[in-house]
Design a binder for this molecule. Sequence first.
Ligand code: ZN
Length: 129
Amino acid sequence: MSEEGATRRGRPSFLIAIILIAIALSVAAFYYGVQAYLSGEDGTFFLLIGFSGIAFSAYMLMQTRKKPLRVVFKPYQIATTLLCQKCGFKNIREFQRGDYIFRELDECPKCNEQMMIASIYREAEEEED
Ligand SMILES: [Zn+2]
């Protein structure tokens, strides 16, 4: 059966069981409503319960087919590149508040010339922890 294959794909089986029970109860209610209608009684209430129950269960079953919503918030990693205009020394550090391109910052550790922010960019995301 294709149903077994779908379950093996990782659908929560307990949820499927609840839905199946709900479907069974809905079908029973629907059947009871039909029987009542055929015997001349008013079975509209059971027909309604049965029909909406089946519809709701079918909807739930479709929902379980979807992949669970996974919202992972990842903060951006912003890097600032410091560049010495004189000797070309490059230093990359984490972005700090107030950083802007062409801002003059610390002295170059090599030649003591003032370094400048050459670029600010978003670092490539890496899968960690
Ligand atoms: Zn330098």
